[in-house]
Design a protein around this ligand. Sequence first.
Ligand SMILES: [Zn+2]
Length: 290
Amino acid sequence: MRLDDLDPSSNAQDLGRGGGGGGGGLGGLLGLLPLLMGRKLGCGTIVIIAIIGFFIFSGGGGLGLSGGDGPGRPATGGSAETYDTQAELFSGRVLASTEQTWAQLLPGYKPAKLYFYDQNNQSGCGAAQAAMGPFYCPTDQGIYLDTSFFNQMEQQMGAGGDFAQAYVIAHEVGHHIQKLTGIADDVRQRQARVSQEEGNQLQVRMELQADCYAGVWAGQNRDRLEPGDVEEGMTAAHAIGDDTLMREAGKRPVESMFTHGTSEQRMRWLQRGMQSGDPKQCDTFAAQSL
Ligand SMILES: [Zn+2]
């Protein structure tokens, strides 16, 4: 994707290396890891964390690889050098582009913050563990990103390329849109009144809508797409489908535990957003079939 003419967003902050802290939130749950872990390491580790996410799901807006959304201290810290790697610079440009696009689509749009984090940083949603994968925290309206996740996507999930990375960020921005429109709060309230299984079904619709919004951003910036970008997006959407992640973890996919949608659904909604460039096409809550 061609974004080099854009200045990176001024809404990013590097949280630097976290000192101490940790422990709470998901961090504590990582102790369960050996119990749940099969023979697989590496990608399996992420996948297991995703599975843990299914169990402790509480409505957070991760990409499919995180489940944390507990109480925690607000993010603090930061360093003067916001963009100190190419991956961070690219992420900042993606964010800047999403800001331009959504300012046009959503009057009064207020941008999300992008926090580059490392192990042991805190977020408004609890410990931001590097292994958790990127996530959106509604409490502080921040997107938390450890760019080493991009390497994991490429090397362990076969989902490389700059557009795969852009999709990850645009998906989290999609959750920010849901926060701004009130959909996120509405869903959270409905989830509190229904069973875990119905709550998961609502979450799937949330996640697929975020995928669709990511597609809308791409569709609105069609002129910046390069050959191969659409395929990179589709490959990434496939790689982080619930059924694929569970299979990769050596588990039989169980639909009632899905929180992000199948690979096929994620690809379909990303594509729907891309082709239309229209957020109105992203009403996953009204859709009869996903
Ligand atoms: Zn998500």
